[in-house]
Design a protein around this ligand. Sequence first.
Ligand code: TXA
Ligand code: MG
Length: 343
Amino acid sequence: MKTEILPESDKDTLHRGAEIIQKGGILGIPTETVYGLGADGLNPEAVRKIFEAKGRPQDNPLILHVWGKEQVSDFCHDIPESANRLMDEFWPGPLTLVLPAKELVPKETTAGLDTVAIRCPANEITRAIIRAAGVPIAAPSANTSGKPSPTTAKHVLHDMDGKIEAIIDGGPCSVGVESTIIDLTGDKPRLLRPGGITPEQLQNILGEIEIDPAVLGEISQDAVVRAPGMKYTHYTPQGDVIIVTGSAENAAAYILSRMGPGSRVLCFHEELDLYPEGTAVSYGSEAEPETLARGLFAALRDLDSEDISTIYARCPSGGGVLYAVSNRLKKAAGFHIVDGEKE
Ligand code: TXA
Ligand code: MG
């Protein structure tokens, strides 16, 4: 199969994109978070093709993307008032709600759960395609399973060339990490994945929220988890990722004393000068948290090479979007964290 690239601004793109979805094909779609691998979320055959293209484990459910709040009651029942408040405040945008699923959502999409994850992305062409196709689009991130999520059409092409019908090129993603997922089906709202909508923003609307253990640390393969995807390896380049904590200078001393020819450093822009030319890559500025979110996955992809055996990474701390950035980086590192203050 030849994978077409459809520029967002071409006048035929909307029509062609909707047609691919209606015919049961797979389409790379831009969203504000990361690119998705989209198919008709009500068509089991089409959804199965997504799992195949990604190499994704069957027990990991997909997010259903809708063009507006109006559609949610088509696919979910017992929608709590809190869900309406969140949709009013944050949709379209980087927030996914887990709600009880109606029968019509196929088990291929929900991986057999009785809940469904649902979100309305901000990207206009993607919403217009959902509307024109007349079906919700099921879409995971458009990377090969286990690899960093794609934040450009080129990343999608790298992983999916020849496996999917087309990719809509909507430019680089403005958020850069996947959506926040909040589960509203339990007694208390529970954060399953941090993202562009911050814990603080959620608390403003919901009051107290629980943080799922999978957000905070590594969990075992057999654990029963609320977000099935959380137990799998994520965002991993070929080399080992090791997070080094501590001040910029002490972490640099720690790293420099251990670096070999196959080592690289993934750091903040402000720290580049501490490392020899050609050994360090910046993923954004510590002073501008959004740049770190936007740059993390692209930098991990740049460092994904068989010549690179160890990546020493600097991880931000703090709330807001940095909570999501540090979650993704810790997952990429398999929670391998060392203290740069201890020589
Ligand atoms: O920003 C995003 O959310 C992107 C864009 C494309 O929308 N999508 C994305 O999808 O990140 P994916 O498949 O890479 O991650 C979805 C996560 C997985 O960890 C999955 O296990 C979880 O959502 N999930 C899906 N349905 C669920 C459900 N019913 N209950 C709990 N977790 C669910
Ligand atoms: Mg993913």
